[in-house]
Design a protein around this ligand. Sequence first.
Ligand code: ACO
Length: 377
Amino acid sequence: MPHDFMPGLAGVPAATSSISDVDGQRGILEYRGVRVETLCSESSYLETAYLLLFGHLPSPREFQQWTTDVTHHRRIKFRIIDLLKCLPESGHPMDALQAAVAALGMFYPGRNVKDVENNYWSTVRLVAKLPTIVAAWARLRHGDDPIVPRDDLEFSENFFYMLTESVAPPVWGEIFDDCLILHAEHTMNASTFTGLVTASTLADPYTVVASSIGALKGPLHGGANEEVVVMLREIGTPDKARLHVEHALRNKKKLMGFGHRVYKVKDPRATVLQELCRRLFKECGSSPLYEVALEVEAAAGATLNGKGIYPNVDFYSGIIYDKMGVDVDLFTPLFAMARVSGWLAHWLEQLRENKLFRPDQIYSGEHNRPYVPIDQR
Ligand code: ACO
């Protein structure tokens, strides 16, 4: 059969899905048909996760049950903590997270992915435990004890509590929750696709999520949020932004946090994140990084907007996390904590009509080469 090779599978559908939709020309992102901006103003991360996973907004009873289930599964086994303690503290938190999530599956050995009830509890555990693992690693690597989650705190409040041992101002919890909503799902991106390839072999969900975490880490995907803040710090002050951008683009360097395979206008999540930045600054004072970022956006726009390249979700998110005192290398793990609900929604959806991913290739090598013995080469 003849094939059209599409590098990076650009524009090639890999699934039929009703979970989310992106209009890359108009800058619209919907989860289950609901605009992401609406979810940020009206919903919470846990409710949005339910919407993604189960296809509808929960009734009060469903939401109560879901919240209780997730809240009661936040704790992690001491052996997972022991495992984290064994990892080098200089290691990247995404690697620690990936290792811990893969190991998590060993504690919950029900591997039959046709067992609907087991799948529900795996979903609950993964949504509940990723923040605990991220926070535990963040503390352990600095020699501090991990903090046990508090059932009386909401999802985002509890994460900050586990990170810092103090309860953050309510507005932080709200802003962080919105950040999680914005990162929860995004159609057939690289990490979701990776998870689906793994899932198509009927591997267990811990393995699926561990493989997605690996794909998210790279700087062309979720890892860009970290690189953006490193770049903004390097630039230092707004007056140096234009020179930096011009120099980078002249040397054919990509600007991290810009560009997207699907969006040809500004990523709607970047716009909401900017609003969240401004809300946070009103409460806690501004961030010099934001002023630099605005200048970078303006300077880059002159060259890149004509090519349909604008800030993406990774451009402004790190500024918020930085202002909240989160270490730069934890930014991508925060992304994973949110995106786990999207990954699992796709996993559950695919299980209903699974087919092993086994694409083709276009062979470009030789045929019938002779074998030359080693002493004659
Ligand atoms: N800075 C400068 N130029 C860019 C950028 C950028 N950030 N992104 C794309 N371009 C240019 C490329 O140099 C290329 O130019 P050319 O045609 O003159 O050679 C053209 O735009 C097409 O770029 P590709 O990388 O082929 O396009 P693709 O659709 O694969 O790009 C990607 C998507 C990988 C996200 C790209 O924009 C990029 O590398 N951005 C920087 C990394 C980043 O921010 N990643 C996060 C994306 S959002 C997410 O995953 C959560």
